[in-house]
Ligand binder design. Structure first.
Ligand SMILES: Cc1cc2nc3c(=O)[nH]c(=O)nc-3n(C[C@H](O)[C@H](O)[C@H](O)COP(=O)(O)OP(=O)(O)OC[C@H]3O[C@@H](n4cnc5c(N)ncnc54)[C@H](O)[C@@H]3O)c2cc1C
Length: 343
């Protein structure tokens, strides 16, 4: 366990904003967890769990507490039968490395297991997957999650939680709502993946990509490569451009309101979903810059930090986007990433 002092949250998060955290503790083995929480408790300091920092925005006032940075590593096959396999991954593994591992694994007949190939190239760690039920291109964590192992900060012990105890929904779980916030450090994740390949119809942009290239062999590797290329063409590379990916959640409407929206020509997808990117683009904001933050000209849902000086700049830019969308369409957008620190 390594403890560092006064580290800028900006250095730990892909939006690259935020003041100093008093302590940053690297969690390298499961046994570090009890020690790290004891350290924080003894000093009466709050704690915050961080993976790759790709869905967390640092605030200007910094964090007078201990940030626990997840460095737990390891991927293991724990069970398999004719059709499926169970993989257990320590939560500090990169999600994209786990996807790479799963699409290359021999399944007895060919290479690759299906279930997370469409989650290729999502930044961040495996441990964050259940927190907001990470999903993309038609796949989501909920479809493959079997169980998690957590360290429960309240009861000071490791626990096993099955997927159906986690209340997984759109960008939602017990880990980011109610009493569960900050209570559980997810130490490992067990996924159940299948030998059977994905079949059409695929998520619209993925289907278009496959149709244009006349691809009909939907191996997990083929889908991974397709998703990687689609993402590279429109989403910022965190190594080059600072962002937290989708900055706003999509809007979900009940049946009556969805029908009203559709009658006005607003696209309503399955489950009453209105893509917030469409709202932002059609409010005329694509490519616009506010206080050093730019609405991506390729994916309007993404806010890129070109040269914002502070969280305060981001907050003003966020408000400008929310106000413009509300004025044009009457929907109030909600932020997706979490926040760390004092304003
Ligand atoms: C360019 C870009 C594209 C993106 N595309 C997508 C996408 O397609 N789909 C999608 O869903 N997301 C996407 N994201 C958002 C982000 O990558 C995911 O939410 C990712 O799962 C966050 O992982 P992380 O390790 O960086 O988590 P962090 O940002 O470090 O943490 C996120 C939250 O999870 C909590 N947390 C993290 N690890 C643990 C743990 N081990 N135990 C308990 N709590 C934990 C944190 O406290 C925090 O509240 C994108 C982000 C970027 C920058």
């Amino acid at each position: 366990m390594k403890i560092r002092e006064n580290i800028a949250i900006a250095e730990l998060t892909t939006m690259r904003l935020g003041g100093a955290a008093r302590y940053v503790i690297d969690i390298e083995e499961d046994k570090d967890l009890a020690e790290a929480y004891k350290f924080a408790r003894e000093q009466n300091l709050p704690t915050y769990i961080l993976g790759g920092g790709s869905n967390v925005i640092g605030r200007d006032g910094g964090f007078n507490g201990a940030v626990l940075v997840n460095k737990l590593r390891g991927i293991y096959v724990i069970d398999s039968d004719e059709q499926s396999i169970r993989l257990c991954a320590k939560s500090g593994e990169l999600l994209d490395d786990l996807v790479e591992y799963s699409v290359k694994l021999w399944n007895g007949e060919s290479y690759g297991y299906s279930g997370i190939e469409a989650l290729s190239k999502i930044p961040g760690t495996v441990g964050a997957m259940p927190v907001q039920n990470v999903g993309a291109y038609g796949q989501e964590t909920k479809q493959v999650l079997h169980a998690v192992c957590v360290y429960d900060y309240q009861d000071n012990c490791f626990k096993h939680m099955m997927a159906d105890e986690l209340d997984l929904g759109y960008r939602h779980s017990v880990f980011n709502s109610g009493d569960g916030v900050g209570r559980y450090f997810i130490s490992s994740v067990t996924l159940e993946l299948n030998k059977t390949w994905l079949q059409p119809p695929f998520y619209t942009s993925l289907q278009t990509y496959l149709d244009e290239r006349e691809i009909t062999n939907f191996t997990p590797q083929v889908i991974r490569d397709a998703v990687a290329e689609i993402r590279a063409s429109k989403l910022p590379n965190p190594a080059k451009e600072a962002s937290a990916g989708s900055f706003f959640k999509n809007v979900y409407l009940d049946e009556a309101k969805a029908a009203e929206a559709a009658a006005k020509g607003i696209p309503v997808w399955e489950g009453g979903k209105i893509p917030s990117g469409w709202l932002i683009e059609n409010a005329g904001l694509k490519g616009k810059e506010f206080y050093g933050m730019r609405v991506s000209d390729k994916a309007a849902l993404v806010l890129i930090n070109d040269h914002a000086a502070s969280y305060a700049d981001l907050a003003k830019a966020r408000q400008a986007v929310i106000d413009a969308v509300e004025a044009k369409f009457g929907y109030r957008l909600e932020q997706e990433p979490m926040e760390l620190g004092d304003a």
